[in-house]
Design a binder for this molecule. Sequence first.
Ligand code: ARG
Length: 564
Amino acid sequence: MKEKIIGLLNGAIDVLDAAQVAEILEEPPKKELGDYAFPCFRLAKEMHKAPQMIASEIAEKIEKPDFVDRIEVQGAYVNFFVNKTQNAEGIIAASIKDTYGSVDSNGKVICIDYSSPNVAKNFHVGHLRTTVIGNSLYKIFTKLGYKVERINHLGDWGTQFGKLIVAYKKWGSEEEVKEKGIEELMRLYVLFHDKADEDPELFDEARGWFHKMETGDEEALKIWKWFFDISLEEFKRTYNLMGMEFDHFTGESFYRDMTQGVVDELTEKGLLTDSEGAKIVDLSEYDMAPCLILKNDGSSIYATRDIAAVEYRKKTYNFEKCLYVTGQEQKLHFSQVFKVMELLGNDWAKDSLIHIPYGLVSLAGEKLSTRGGNVIYAEDILKEAISKIREIIDEKNPDLSEEEKTEASRIVGVGAVIFNDLYNQRIKDVSFSWSHITSFEGETGPYVQYTYARCSSILRNFEGFTPSADIDYSVLTDDTSSELLKEISKFPGIIEEAADRYEPSVVARYAVDLAQAFNRFYTENRIMVDEENVRNARLTVTAITRRILRDSLDLLGIGVVEKM
Ligand code: ARG
């Protein structure tokens, strides 16, 4: 409908093209102002006339087609009141398709580097954010026809493993590590620093062990690999709980044999300079701190491995874009890495490498369960959410089978945490409150899932009904039906906006708007009525809403249940 209105205006205005008209055209919040309003202020300058006069002239020029009921001039605006029946027909015809909002393969590849927890450290709330944002971007870009490579750049290489090996050999035991896993590894790491405060020689020992790792020493690599396996197993438990997968678990260690190539290339191109025994790329010309490439003991660092990773990914996947989802504190690191890629002569680096930062999770006043050393594990938060939702479901819906309750609690509990994380703009800090997150009302995951289950339950009462575009559209012209249809019509644009801005919150907010519009529609319109034409029209809208709610939640990485 919008396209058609733009067409009408375009035909009546010589000085603007369709894209410019589209930019100016508004959708007024008040229905007295029509469905679309065209303000003429911008034209006044160009046409040297009062905007009111321009509005009248435009209105006069347009011959009212039958998809428009009325065209009114109000002040400097030309207001269009679309024909509600035809509008409903257009929206249903488009949205009734299962593929509504999806784009066929466009042949382009996007790499998303996200989650990436650190081996021998716990998977904490911060990593939960990168995980859910990255996973949602994967869903969004896949829906738009991209081939997405989901890359987990595990923090599994670096001097910290030298420290860990020293601590393990001096104060650890195989049994303790086997029994307590990451918790014990974290204890050993802290212990190392406590002891090294008194005995700085421990640092030299640690460097020695990392050097052994870098030069392929069997014993060093065996211990490291053991810690790696323990950690990955724990991380995978958290991913399984969330129903998430990766295409590549290629962490920093994966690039360890490629860092020498990076050093050679930088040397060849004259980019490497000495600085107190270390090797750096000077970036002062770009107002940035230097990018450290080799420490003075000759070992590679985080940035070296990231440069190797970009080159490997470009060569292997030929990506259009490579996105990095991490906290804001890594902004400088990525600016440095991207700049070095540019200086190496990669023209594509400027537009293709994109850092996607996000804010912190603030736990103001919330009691969250902690394990040793007061650290909060993402896994514990998810489990707690599941058990809290289980209590609510037990109370609300005692008739569900044990199996249904278990399934619903997991999907709704995990969904509650994910939704809370994605509802606000990613750059903003997220506040965490159990009572809000798990509420079945308000802007929450459970509310959207509950609305989905309500649609399912309505449709279950009409077995044998199939949604169809062959319905009486005049039934769908009341206010709440029109508003619901308007929300339905927005879905494809919402996905594109979320992708353009790398912003899953656009989808999360939309899901709430759609759920609210449906609940208003449902309060005002009885579905269980005798007139078949009325029933069929309303059921069709219900079925379409149900599917878009499911698809919206799926774009956020959240599942649905039929009963909850
Ligand atoms: N392991 C890092 C951390 O926990 C995140 C890695 C991000 N990805 C990258 N290519 N540097 O902070």
